[in-house]
Design a protein around this ligand. Structure first.
Ligand SMILES: [Zn+2]
Length: 443
């Protein structure tokens, strides 16, 4: 299938998208115009179009055009080991499968692997990703360059650690200043690059590997530069106990980041599985965002987020693959396991809040992620005026039987794509109307 590689173009396809005002738009046969600037122009039923317009459109039927998926949490250097280490506890898994990879992810490794990593995200339908890089400045430059060349929308940060780190070059007396200076230089070079498609996230790994000074200084840097601030929060019971011992003055885990000045609408906190009511209330109050990573939370036996309670409290939640804590970069898989996790809570008699259906999960993986990044007006849904971050998905990959007629209903279609997702079903992906390499890579 010949897909348009750059704007302007018009697609004819089935359309499924959440709407910024709430609800879903579903058109069985739609025309979606992308203008020369890579923005979404008119969207209308094909039946309302003139013969001339129909003749110029790229006919993708029976493919479904949807907003590109937003992955709010992933570790790019860890991607090569995705799927390894099942059954290990967090620390053993980190030492055996993760730290050696990250330690070796220098500039040369990033140049070799980052282009393929971005293609792998796009192949899964992810058009925006918030990721952790390695600790080395030159490695981050190579990772950003690869994202710039690939075309994905990416927010990337150099991991900062000043204690319990794998970095062999670490000098305890200078690591704080060095890590801040490197992050500041990367912000200058890359935040807002590619016309705003690339952004920077100041990235202290988590409270266990950062001193209070590192947390505070990194939060100040993010505030002063208007960049994102990302870290991990309340993933695992052992980690929570460790943080309590390391920060005895803090009220709880959230308070450690609160005292550092980290909580704001630019903060994206991964996991947040085991929050007290006080912690939940404080995250809502400060407008902090949470990346829910249900696959990773089960793979590493961390726990199950009480999502219903959080959503009812008004917490801003998007979804993350947490590759390689999660073995699969596909956000369709994340939605599926997220749904199963919430069912597991219900089976255990501890689930509460409304049960989210397939269209709710799809909205969380698109518009929810976009809003968590403050990009809700720019991407996350297929609506006139937004930037054309789109994917085209072939629902035939998800059909149980050969030649089975496609589902007419929007929720049924979403359900099929989530619960029977296939690694090859994303056939095209665009950011600002520019096609990304990766989808249909096995053709
Ligand atoms: Zn993570």
């Amino acid at each position: 299938m010949d897909l348009p590689s750059q704007p302007p173009f018009t697609l004819r396809a089935r359309l499924l998208t959440p709407l910024a005002a709430g609800g879903t738009r579903h058109e069985a046969d739609a025309l979606i115009e992308v203008d020369t600037g890579g923005r979404i122009g008119a969207i209308k039923p094909a039946a309302d179009a003139t013969a001339e317009v129909l003749a110029t459109a790229t006919d993708l039927r029976p493919l479904v055009v949807m907003p590109g998926l937003v992955d709010l949490h992933a570790h790019l250097p860890q991607l090569p080991n995705a799927g390894l280490g099942a059954g290990l506890d967090l620390l053993t898994w980190l030492e055996r499968y993760i730290f050696p990879l990250e330690r070796a992810f220098d500039a040369a490794a990033a140049e070799r692997l980052a282009p393929a990593a971005w293609r792998a995200f796009a192949a899964a339908g992810t058009t925006t990703a918030l990721v952790y890089g390695a600790v080395y400045e030159a490695s981050l430059d190579a990772t950003f360059r690869a994202a710039e060349a690939h075309g994905i929308r990416a927010i990337i940060g150099k991991v900062m650690m000043d204690r319990i780190t794998y970095d062999p070059t670490i000098d305890p007396t200078t690591i704080l200043d060095q890590s801040l200076a490197e992050s500041a230089r990367l912000i200058e070079r890359w935040d807002g690059a590619a016309d705003g498609r690339l952004r920077y996230a100041v990235t202290p790994r988590f409270a266990v590997s950062c001193t209070a000074d590192m947390l505070r200084e990194s939060a100040s840097l993010a505030a002063a530069t208007g960049t994102y601030w990302q870290t991990h929060l309340s993933e695992d019971r052992g980690e929570i106990a460790e943080v309590a011992a390391m920060f005895p003055d803090a009220l709880d885990y959230v308070d450690v980041y609160d005292r550092a000045g980290g909580l704001s609408s630019r903060a994206v906190l991964a996991h947040a599985v085991h929050l007290s009511d006080r912690e939940l209330g404080r995250l809502v109050e400060t407008g902090s965002r949470v990346a829910h990573c249900p696959i990773s939370n089960l793979f590493l036996a961390s726990g199950v987020m009480p999502l219903g309670r959080y959503v009812e409290a008004g917490l801003a939640v998007g979804l993350g693959s947490d590759v390689a804590g999660g073995p699969d970069p596909s956000m369709f898989s994340v939605m599926r396991v997220g749904f199963y996790s919430q069912n597991a809570l219900r089976v255990a008699g501890v689930g509460d809040g409304p049960l989210l259906g397939p269209l709710d999960w799809l909205a969380m993986a698109t518009l929810g992620g976009a809003r968590a990044l403050g990009l809700g007006d720019v991407i996350g849904s297929v609506e006139t005026g937004k930037e054309a971050d789109l994917i085209a998905v072939d629902p035939r990959f998800a059909a149980p039987l050969e030649d089975q007629a496609p589902d007419d209903d929007a929720a049924d279609l979403a359900s099929r794509l989530i619960f029977r997702s296939h690694p090859d079903m994303v056939r095209g992906a665009w950011v600002r109307g520019h096609a990304l390499a990766g989808p249909a890579r096995r053709d």
